[in-house]
Ligand binder design. Structure first.
Ligand code: C2E
Ligand code: CA
Ligand code: CA
Ligand code: CA
Length: 279
Protein backbone atom coordinates (compact mmCIF):
# COMPACT_ATOMS: atom_id res chain seq x y z
CA UNK A 1 0.00 0.00 0.00
CA UNK A 2 2.89 2.27 0.86
CA UNK A 3 4.56 1.55 -2.48
CA UNK A 4 1.38 2.16 -4.42
CA UNK A 5 0.86 5.39 -2.58
CA UNK A 6 4.29 6.59 -3.59
CA UNK A 7 3.81 5.62 -7.23
CA UNK A 8 0.50 7.38 -7.38
CA UNK A 9 2.09 10.39 -5.85
CA UNK A 10 4.95 10.38 -8.33
CA UNK A 11 2.64 9.97 -11.30
CA UNK A 12 0.55 12.83 -10.01
CA UNK A 13 3.47 15.20 -9.50
CA UNK A 14 5.11 14.44 -12.83
CA UNK A 15 1.95 15.28 -14.76
CA UNK A 16 1.42 18.31 -12.58
CA UNK A 17 5.01 19.34 -12.87
CA UNK A 18 5.06 19.46 -16.65
CA UNK A 19 1.93 21.54 -16.81
CA UNK A 20 3.04 23.66 -13.89
CA UNK A 21 6.52 24.19 -15.36
CA UNK A 22 5.04 25.30 -18.66
CA UNK A 23 2.61 27.60 -16.93
CA UNK A 24 5.33 29.11 -14.76
CA UNK A 25 7.57 29.56 -17.77
CA UNK A 26 4.89 31.22 -19.86
CA UNK A 27 3.87 33.32 -16.89
CA UNK A 28 7.43 34.56 -16.52
CA UNK A 29 7.70 35.15 -20.28
CA UNK A 30 4.58 37.33 -20.20
CA UNK A 31 6.49 40.16 -18.52
CA UNK A 32 9.01 40.18 -21.29
CA UNK A 33 6.30 39.86 -23.92
CA UNK A 34 4.84 43.23 -22.99
CA UNK A 35 8.21 44.94 -22.83
CA UNK A 36 9.35 43.44 -26.15
CA UNK A 37 5.96 43.88 -27.85
CA UNK A 38 5.66 40.22 -28.73
CA UNK A 39 1.88 40.48 -28.97
CA UNK A 40 0.17 41.09 -32.26
CA UNK A 41 -3.43 41.78 -33.22
CA UNK A 42 -5.10 39.68 -35.89
CA UNK A 43 -8.27 41.04 -37.43
CA UNK A 44 -11.43 39.21 -38.46
CA UNK A 45 -13.83 41.16 -40.69
CA UNK A 46 -17.58 41.41 -40.09
CA UNK A 47 -19.74 41.41 -43.22
CA UNK A 48 -22.74 43.76 -43.24
CA UNK A 49 -25.58 41.69 -44.74
CA UNK A 50 -27.57 44.76 -45.80
CA UNK A 51 -25.09 45.98 -48.39
CA UNK A 52 -22.24 43.42 -48.36
CA UNK A 53 -19.82 46.01 -46.99
CA UNK A 54 -17.15 45.54 -44.35
CA UNK A 55 -17.05 48.35 -41.82
CA UNK A 56 -15.83 46.56 -38.74
CA UNK A 57 -13.22 44.04 -37.70
CA UNK A 58 -12.66 42.20 -34.42
CA UNK A 59 -9.14 42.36 -32.97
CA UNK A 60 -7.96 38.99 -31.66
CA UNK A 61 -4.65 38.85 -29.81
CA UNK A 62 -1.80 36.43 -30.63
CA UNK A 63 1.53 36.01 -28.89
CA UNK A 64 4.57 35.64 -31.12
CA UNK A 65 6.57 33.67 -28.57
CA UNK A 66 10.35 33.64 -29.23
CA UNK A 67 10.60 29.84 -28.79
CA UNK A 68 7.07 28.44 -28.96
CA UNK A 69 5.86 30.27 -32.06
CA UNK A 70 2.48 31.94 -32.55
CA UNK A 71 0.29 31.23 -29.52
CA UNK A 72 -3.52 31.59 -29.48
CA UNK A 73 -5.23 33.46 -26.62
CA UNK A 74 -6.33 30.25 -24.89
CA UNK A 75 -2.66 29.53 -24.11
CA UNK A 76 -2.03 32.74 -22.19
CA UNK A 77 -5.15 34.86 -21.53
CA UNK A 78 -6.44 32.62 -18.69
CA UNK A 79 -2.93 32.66 -17.19
CA UNK A 80 -2.78 36.44 -17.46
CA UNK A 81 -6.20 36.72 -15.81
CA UNK A 82 -4.97 34.71 -12.84
CA UNK A 83 -1.80 36.70 -12.37
CA UNK A 84 -3.42 40.07 -13.03
CA UNK A 85 -1.18 40.80 -16.03
CA UNK A 86 -4.36 40.91 -18.11
CA UNK A 87 -4.71 44.56 -17.10
CA UNK A 88 -1.50 45.50 -18.90
CA UNK A 89 -2.27 43.26 -21.84
CA UNK A 90 -5.69 44.91 -22.18
CA UNK A 91 -4.05 48.32 -22.18
CA UNK A 92 -1.68 47.18 -24.89
CA UNK A 93 -4.62 45.86 -26.96
CA UNK A 94 -6.41 49.22 -26.72
CA UNK A 95 -3.20 51.04 -27.69
CA UNK A 96 -2.48 48.73 -30.63
CA UNK A 97 -6.07 49.06 -31.88
CA UNK A 98 -5.88 52.87 -31.70
CA UNK A 99 -2.51 52.83 -33.46
CA UNK A 100 -4.05 50.75 -36.27
CA UNK A 101 -7.09 53.02 -36.48
CA UNK A 102 -4.81 56.05 -36.72
CA UNK A 103 -2.93 54.38 -39.60
CA UNK A 104 -6.18 53.66 -41.40
CA UNK A 105 -7.55 57.18 -40.98
CA UNK A 106 -6.27 58.67 -44.20
CA UNK A 107 -6.38 55.49 -46.22
CA UNK A 108 -8.93 53.50 -48.23
CA UNK A 109 -9.74 51.76 -44.92
CA UNK A 110 -10.86 54.83 -42.98
CA UNK A 111 -14.38 53.37 -42.68
CA UNK A 112 -13.20 50.51 -40.46
CA UNK A 113 -14.10 50.20 -36.81
CA UNK A 114 -12.15 47.91 -34.50
CA UNK A 115 -13.80 45.79 -31.81
CA UNK A 116 -11.55 44.80 -28.90
CA UNK A 117 -12.26 42.10 -26.30
CA UNK A 118 -12.25 43.12 -22.65
CA UNK A 119 -12.74 40.61 -19.86
CA UNK A 120 -14.75 41.40 -16.74
CA UNK A 121 -11.47 41.46 -14.87
CA UNK A 122 -10.21 44.24 -17.15
CA UNK A 123 -13.37 46.26 -16.62
CA UNK A 124 -12.81 46.01 -12.84
CA UNK A 125 -9.83 48.31 -13.31
CA UNK A 126 -11.09 51.76 -12.39
CA UNK A 127 -8.69 53.54 -14.75
CA UNK A 128 -9.43 51.56 -17.92
CA UNK A 129 -12.02 54.11 -19.10
CA UNK A 130 -9.54 56.97 -18.73
CA UNK A 131 -6.92 54.87 -20.49
CA UNK A 132 -9.25 54.29 -23.43
CA UNK A 133 -10.18 57.96 -23.64
CA UNK A 134 -6.56 59.13 -23.41
CA UNK A 135 -5.37 56.58 -25.96
CA UNK A 136 -8.07 57.55 -28.45
CA UNK A 137 -7.19 61.22 -27.99
CA UNK A 138 -3.44 60.82 -28.24
CA UNK A 139 -3.87 58.88 -31.50
CA UNK A 140 -6.42 61.36 -32.86
CA UNK A 141 -9.02 58.63 -33.28
CA UNK A 142 -12.77 59.38 -32.89
CA UNK A 143 -14.32 57.24 -30.15
CA UNK A 144 -16.95 55.79 -32.46
CA UNK A 145 -14.21 53.91 -34.36
CA UNK A 146 -13.73 51.73 -31.29
CA UNK A 147 -16.01 48.99 -30.07
CA UNK A 148 -15.67 47.01 -26.84
CA UNK A 149 -16.83 43.37 -26.60
CA UNK A 150 -17.79 42.06 -23.17
CA UNK A 151 -19.36 38.78 -22.13
CA UNK A 152 -22.51 38.46 -20.02
CA UNK A 153 -20.41 37.92 -16.88
CA UNK A 154 -20.41 41.70 -16.47
CA UNK A 155 -24.17 41.50 -15.81
CA UNK A 156 -23.68 39.03 -12.98
CA UNK A 157 -20.92 40.48 -10.78
CA UNK A 158 -20.02 44.06 -9.85
CA UNK A 159 -23.10 45.23 -11.69
CA UNK A 160 -23.16 48.77 -10.38
CA UNK A 161 -19.49 49.32 -11.08
CA UNK A 162 -19.79 47.82 -14.56
CA UNK A 163 -22.84 49.91 -15.42
CA UNK A 164 -20.96 53.01 -14.34
CA UNK A 165 -17.89 52.09 -16.42
CA UNK A 166 -19.91 51.24 -19.52
CA UNK A 167 -22.05 54.37 -19.26
CA UNK A 168 -18.86 56.46 -19.28
CA UNK A 169 -17.50 54.57 -22.28
CA UNK A 170 -20.78 54.90 -24.12
CA UNK A 171 -20.89 58.65 -23.44
CA UNK A 172 -17.48 58.97 -25.08
CA UNK A 173 -18.97 57.36 -28.18
CA UNK A 174 -17.40 53.91 -27.87
CA UNK A 175 -19.73 51.15 -29.14
CA UNK A 176 -20.58 48.30 -26.80
CA UNK A 177 -21.14 44.70 -27.86
CA UNK A 178 -22.21 41.70 -25.78
CA UNK A 179 -20.06 38.75 -26.82
CA UNK A 180 -21.06 35.05 -26.81
CA UNK A 181 -24.67 36.05 -26.24
CA UNK A 182 -27.00 33.31 -25.04
CA UNK A 183 -24.58 31.16 -23.04
CA UNK A 184 -23.98 33.41 -20.05
CA UNK A 185 -26.99 32.76 -17.81
CA UNK A 186 -27.66 36.44 -17.28
CA UNK A 187 -31.04 38.11 -17.00
CA UNK A 188 -32.45 39.80 -20.09
CA UNK A 189 -33.27 42.84 -17.97
CA UNK A 190 -29.70 43.99 -18.40
CA UNK A 191 -30.31 44.61 -22.07
CA UNK A 192 -32.68 47.30 -20.90
CA UNK A 193 -30.42 48.77 -18.22
CA UNK A 194 -27.06 48.74 -20.03
CA UNK A 195 -26.20 50.87 -23.09
CA UNK A 196 -25.77 47.96 -25.53
CA UNK A 197 -25.27 48.61 -29.26
CA UNK A 198 -24.68 45.07 -30.48
CA UNK A 199 -25.35 41.47 -29.56
CA UNK A 200 -23.07 38.75 -30.86
CA UNK A 201 -24.97 35.44 -31.00
CA UNK A 202 -22.66 32.71 -29.75
CA UNK A 203 -21.18 30.31 -32.30
CA UNK A 204 -22.81 27.32 -30.57
CA UNK A 205 -26.22 28.48 -31.87
CA UNK A 206 -24.96 29.24 -35.38
CA UNK A 207 -22.94 26.05 -36.03
CA UNK A 208 -26.02 23.95 -36.81
CA UNK A 209 -28.63 26.66 -37.18
CA UNK A 210 -29.70 25.17 -40.51
CA UNK A 211 -29.94 21.62 -39.14
CA UNK A 212 -31.44 22.09 -35.71
CA UNK A 213 -34.88 23.57 -35.38
CA UNK A 214 -34.26 24.63 -31.77
CA UNK A 215 -31.16 26.66 -32.66
CA UNK A 216 -33.03 28.27 -35.54
CA UNK A 217 -35.84 29.28 -33.20
CA UNK A 218 -33.41 30.72 -30.65
CA UNK A 219 -31.46 32.61 -33.29
CA UNK A 220 -34.61 34.14 -34.78
CA UNK A 221 -35.88 35.08 -31.32
CA UNK A 222 -32.58 36.77 -30.39
CA UNK A 223 -32.59 38.76 -33.63
CA UNK A 224 -36.16 39.94 -33.05
CA UNK A 225 -35.57 40.72 -29.40
CA UNK A 226 -32.47 42.75 -30.22
CA UNK A 227 -34.09 44.64 -33.08
CA UNK A 228 -37.10 45.54 -30.95
CA UNK A 229 -34.67 47.02 -28.42
CA UNK A 230 -32.79 48.94 -31.12
CA UNK A 231 -29.76 46.65 -30.87
CA UNK A 232 -27.88 45.26 -33.89
CA UNK A 233 -27.01 41.58 -34.20
CA UNK A 234 -23.79 39.86 -35.23
CA UNK A 235 -23.74 36.09 -35.86
CA UNK A 236 -20.44 34.47 -34.83
CA UNK A 237 -18.80 31.43 -36.37
CA UNK A 238 -20.53 31.49 -39.77
CA UNK A 239 -18.85 28.82 -41.89
CA UNK A 240 -21.33 27.96 -44.66
CA UNK A 241 -23.39 29.62 -47.38
CA UNK A 242 -26.51 27.99 -45.92
CA UNK A 243 -25.89 29.69 -42.60
CA UNK A 244 -25.35 33.01 -44.35
CA UNK A 245 -28.61 32.64 -46.30
CA UNK A 246 -30.56 31.72 -43.17
CA UNK A 247 -29.18 34.73 -41.32
CA UNK A 248 -29.88 37.04 -44.23
CA UNK A 249 -33.46 35.75 -44.51
CA UNK A 250 -33.97 36.48 -40.83
CA UNK A 251 -32.51 39.97 -41.00
CA UNK A 252 -29.36 39.42 -38.98
CA UNK A 253 -27.28 42.57 -39.46
CA UNK A 254 -23.70 41.28 -39.57
CA UNK A 255 -21.89 37.99 -39.84
CA UNK A 256 -18.42 36.95 -38.80
CA UNK A 257 -16.72 33.61 -39.42
CA UNK A 258 -14.42 31.49 -41.52
CA UNK A 259 -16.83 31.77 -44.49
CA UNK A 260 -15.77 35.42 -44.83
CA UNK A 261 -12.26 35.17 -43.40
CA UNK A 262 -10.18 33.75 -40.59
CA UNK A 263 -8.53 36.32 -38.31
CA UNK A 264 -5.54 37.69 -40.29
CA UNK A 265 -2.75 40.27 -39.81
CA UNK A 266 -3.47 43.89 -40.81
CA UNK A 267 -1.45 43.78 -44.04
CA UNK A 268 -3.28 40.66 -45.25
CA UNK A 269 -6.60 42.25 -44.35
CA UNK A 270 -5.72 45.37 -46.36
CA UNK A 271 -4.78 43.24 -49.37
CA UNK A 272 -7.95 41.16 -49.19
CA UNK A 273 -10.15 44.24 -48.76
CA UNK A 274 -8.32 46.07 -51.53
CA UNK A 275 -8.86 43.15 -53.90
CA UNK A 276 -12.56 42.92 -52.94
CA UNK A 277 -12.03 39.33 -51.84
CA UNK A 278 -14.09 39.49 -48.67
CA UNK A 279 -17.44 40.57 -50.07
P1 C2E B 1 -14.17 35.34 -28.96
O1 C2E B 1 -14.10 36.78 -28.59
O2 C2E B 1 -15.50 34.69 -28.86
O3 C2E B 1 -13.55 35.25 -30.41
C1 C2E B 1 -14.00 34.38 -31.42
C2 C2E B 1 -13.10 33.17 -31.56
O4 C2E B 1 -13.68 32.29 -32.52
C3 C2E B 1 -11.71 33.52 -32.09
O5 C2E B 1 -10.78 32.58 -31.54
C4 C2E B 1 -11.88 33.26 -33.59
O6 C2E B 1 -10.66 32.96 -34.25
C5 C2E B 1 -12.80 32.08 -33.60
N1 C2E B 1 -13.60 32.00 -34.82
C6 C2E B 1 -13.98 33.00 -35.63
N2 C2E B 1 -14.74 32.56 -36.66
C7 C2E B 1 -14.83 31.23 -36.51
C8 C2E B 1 -15.49 30.18 -37.27
O7 C2E B 1 -16.13 30.42 -38.30
N3 C2E B 1 -15.36 28.91 -36.79
C9 C2E B 1 -14.67 28.63 -35.66
N4 C2E B 1 -14.58 27.36 -35.28
N5 C2E B 1 -14.03 29.58 -34.92
C10 C2E B 1 -14.13 30.87 -35.34
P2 C2E B 1 -9.41 33.09 -30.90
O8 C2E B 1 -8.81 34.17 -31.73
O9 C2E B 1 -8.60 31.87 -30.60
O10 C2E B 1 -9.86 33.77 -29.55
C11 C2E B 1 -10.44 33.01 -28.51
C12 C2E B 1 -10.92 33.88 -27.38
O11 C2E B 1 -9.84 34.53 -26.74
C13 C2E B 1 -11.85 34.99 -27.83
O12 C2E B 1 -13.15 34.47 -28.05
C14 C2E B 1 -11.76 35.93 -26.65
O13 C2E B 1 -12.60 35.50 -25.61
C15 C2E B 1 -10.31 35.75 -26.21
N6 C2E B 1 -9.51 36.88 -26.72
C16 C2E B 1 -8.99 37.07 -27.95
N7 C2E B 1 -8.32 38.25 -28.01
C17 C2E B 1 -8.44 38.82 -26.79
C18 C2E B 1 -7.97 40.05 -26.21
O14 C2E B 1 -7.33 40.90 -26.86
N8 C2E B 1 -8.28 40.28 -24.90
C19 C2E B 1 -9.03 39.38 -24.17
N9 C2E B 1 -9.30 39.67 -22.89
N10 C2E B 1 -9.48 38.22 -24.68
C20 C2E B 1 -9.19 37.94 -25.97
CA1 CA C 1 -15.14 38.58 -29.10
CA1 CA D 1 -17.52 35.46 -29.23
CA1 CA E 1 -15.86 33.19 -26.84
Amino acid sequence: AKEQGRNTYQFYTEGMQNREVMRLELDKDLDNALAEEEFVLYFQPQLDLNDSSINSVEALIRWQHPRRGLLPPVDFIPLAEESGRITDIGRWVVMAACRQLAKWQNSPFSNLRIAVNLSGRELDDESIVDHIQNTLESHGVPADRLEVELTEEIFIQNIEHNLNQLSKLHKLGVHLAIDDFGVGYSSLGYLRDFPVDLLKIDRSFITDVTERHDNAVITRAVINLAHNLGIQVVAEGVETREQLNFLKDHRCDLIQGYLISRPIPADELEKALGAGLLN
